[in-house]
Every structure is written in structure tokens, then in C-alpha cells.
Ligand binder design. Structure first.
Ligand SMILES: Nc1ncnc2c1ncn2[C@@H]1O[C@H](COP(=O)(O)OP(=O)(O)OP(=O)(O)O)[C@@H](O)[C@H]1O
Ligand SMILES: [Mg+2]
Length: 226
């Protein structure tokens, strides 16, 4: 099933002589049960692509369909709802709240969203990510890699149909990269989620069902074993 579809997306930043076109006629589909990897060098537009795909910002032109619905026609409130209910974001900046402990980052989600992972499944997820001993810590007491894994767990906690992850392994060593790669793949295979990861981490290629490249604003699909 197509979970997210981008049709002919263009994105410019700025106007007049300072205008830069970051995405140029990008079309893309993410399917349930698949892990799609989008590769590209720094500044190529990966975060721009992912935030547009998840309705966090609007394209200059083109359509974004989530579950077949054109979200460009949605009100802010409807977009907030679809994000909360269908999408798990792992943002490049982690977006953890500095004044909440790790446990409370999840408790906060419980206040705004129902149907989250059971305590057992959350505990298993935290163990898998190697952060189960850190629940009473605050973000500034954790390393970058630990915060990154908390952010991943929080994104998965709402059991979203779609997972959008921006450089989820940037701060991780090779062993942790494999853990996260396997986890993302398991989310797709075992739980039938559509998983989209944007990254320049080539170590994630082994886990992907499809690989795309963004270069000079254009997106192209790459063969899997290149
Ligand atoms: N809000 C903005 N206003 C103006 N230019 C922007 C804005 N956001 C991004 N850009 C520019 O758009 C281009 C793409 O940025 P983007 O963050 O999408 O790249 P990226 O591939 O995610 O990079 P990185 O790998 O460093 O995270 C860059 O040249 C960036 O400077
Ligand atoms: Mg980025």
C-alpha cells in the first residue's frame, strides 16, 4: 500500500536573486512494509524532502498524499492530527524537551495520544536500543548517541503507520547503526510500517528495500547493490 506519495514537488527558499531551488520536480512513493533510504550529500535537500513528506512544511508546488489524501488541502489542525496519528518523526535535532526526563518524554506523549505501545513493548524497545537504564536521566545528561536513540524510541512509541527519520544514525557507532538499521527494517517487515530514512550514512544501505539519491534537486532511484 502506498502510504506517502509526493507528486512533482518543487521547493524554493528565498525570493528574487536570493532564490534557491532545493527540490526540482521530485516524485516519490513510500510503501507499507518497506524501508526506503534517501541518500544525498549535506545540503542536497534531504531534510527539506522529509519535512515536506511529513507535512511539517509546504512545498512551493506539487502534492503530498498521505494515505491517498492530499494534505496540501488540509487546515493546520487537520495536518497536526494526521502527523500525530499517522507519523513518527525522528528529527535531525532530536526535539527532546530538556526539562523532562526520558520517562517523562513518553509520559507527555501519553497525554496527547492514545494507543501507544504497551509498557512491555516500550521496555523491550528501550532495551533493544540500549537506553533502558537511562529513563530517569535528562537530555543534557545523555550523550548525542543516547539522545538520538531516545528520539527514535519516542517516534516509534505512538505506533505510527509511517516513520520518517532524518539522519537517525549520525551520532552512532557501527554496532548501534546496525541495531537501528535492524529496528527500522523490523518496523517495516514485522509491523507493516512505511519507513523512510534520509541520511548520508551508507552503512544503512544493507537494510533498505529501495534506495534513492537526491542530487542537484533531483531524486533518482538507485539499484540496491550499487
Ligand atoms: N529555511 C531555509 N531557508 C533558506 N534556505 C534553506 C532553509 N532550509 C534549508 N535551506 C537550504 O536548502 C538546502 C537544503 O537544505 P537541507 O537542510 O534540506 O539539506 P540536507 O540534505 O538535509 O543537509 P544535511 O545533510 O546537512 O542535513 C541547503 O542549501 C540549505 O542551506
Ligand atoms: Mg538535513
Amino acid at each position: 500500500m502506498t502510504a506517502i506519495e509526493l507528486k512533482n514537488i518543487n521547493k524554493d527558499y528565498g525570493t528574487g536573486i536570493s532564490k534557491v531551488q532545493v527540490l526540482s520536480d521530485v516524485s516519490f512513493k513510500a510503501h507499507s512494509g518497506e524501508l526506503s533510504l534517501v541518500l544525498g550529500p549535506s545540503g542536497s535537500g534531504k531534510s527539506t524532502f522529509l519535512t515536506i513528506a511529513g507535512g511539517l512544511q509546504r512545498p512551493t508546488s506539487g502534492q503530498v498524499l498521505i494515505d491517498g489524501q492530499d494534505i496540501s488541502r488540509f487546515s493546520e489542525k487537520q495536518r497536526d492530527e494526521i502527523r500525530l496519528n499517522q507519523i513518527g518523526f525522528v528529527l535531525q535535532s532530536y526535539n527532546l524537551l530538556s526539562y523532562l526526563s526520558v520517562a517523562d518524554q513518553f509520559a507527555l506523549v501519553d497525554r496527547v495520544h492514545k494507543g501507544n505501545l504497551s509498557p512491555d513493548r516500550l521496555e523491550k524497545l528501550l532495551q533493544e536500543l540500549g537506553i533502558d537504564q537511562l529513563v530517569n536521566k535528562f537530555p543534557d545528561e545523555l550523550s548525542g548517541g543516547q539522545n538520538q536513540r531516545v528520539a527514535i524510541a519516542r517516534a516509534l512509541y505512538t505506533d505510527p503507520a509511517i516513520i520518517l527519520a532524518d539522519e537517525p544514525t549520525a551520532a552512532l557507532d557501527s554496532e548501534r547503526v546496525k541495531v537501528v538499521g535492524r529496528l527500522m527494517k523490523e518496523m517495516a517487515k514485522q509491523y507493516d510500517k512505511a519507513v523512510v530514512v534520509v541520511t548520508h550514512d551508507l552503512r544503512l544501505k544493507d537494510f533498505a528495500d529501495r534506495i534513492y539519491q537526491i542530487m542537484d534537486g533531483k531524486m533518482t532511484e538507485q539499484p540496491l547493490n550499487a
